[in-house]
Design a protein around this ligand. Sequence first.
Ligand code: BEZ
Ligand code: FE
Length: 299
Amino acid sequence: MRDIDEFSITQAVIEANRTGNARLVTIMESLVRHLHEVAREVRLTEEEWFQGIRFLTEAGQMCDDKRQEFILLSDTLGLSTLVTALNNRKPQGCTEATVFGPFYVEDSPLVDNGGDIANGAHGTLCFVSGSVHGLDGKPVAGAELAVWQSDDEGLYDVQRPDATDHQARARLRTDTEGGFHFRSILAVPYPIPHDGPVGRMLEALGRHPWRPAHLHFKIEATGYERLITHIFRNEDDYLDSDAVFGVRSTLIADWTAHPPGVAPDGTRMDQPYYTLHHDFVLNPKPAAAPAAAEQGESA
Ligand code: BEZ
Ligand code: FE
């Protein structure tokens, strides 16, 4: 393999790969072809190539267990939304999925229905209720919901260096009717972290870093596909310019403002508060195909 030039380089790289891992070969061949095509199409200069290397280096250096600059890069380039769409094609009537984002935490506290998930996070009180059903209309009892959101300054607990406890996040289980309800705070629009290379990229492209107000949900139940989604707040200024392209019309809901009075859980409220109700519809998993041996036996 000698005298490789701008025309033969792509095939040379592809042919250098020696593995029986067919999926890896498929992905890497495609990646190399497209990467090289970009360089050819824009006639990438050496200075631009080096700027790109510096950008990726800084993105890597920015990452730790609390800051995921590469997820932000994927999100702002629309890759996260594309991968979500490719992997979550659901029948009409199912709740749509959207991006996961970088602020989910495993094993948040399990709270009872009616519990306060804010746990001290600041914001206007908001009472959230809803249900989980299958596409056939059957209530899904015992589904596990993980919920997470930012506070009224647009920060998640994991973004606060002084936070010692989970705030504005929890897990709940649906009751026998598939219902759930909890007390939290009002979601507000917030900018994604933009003090790193991804923020500089957005600025250079004339883009803003804002996301419309939303509540995150991850819903898991036996026999149904996992659902990762948000519920967005109607009339938010950023619904049509979400920095990470995650808004689906079917996920926009009315969050109702109430004057001081008696809240849904019977609490007397001195301050205005909000309520949100949303019903989720899960896609049943296809029935498991019978094992080959069983098929043979019954034939
Ligand atoms: C989020 O909604 O939490 C989020 C999603 C993508 C990038 C940053 C934050
Ligand atoms: Fe979020």
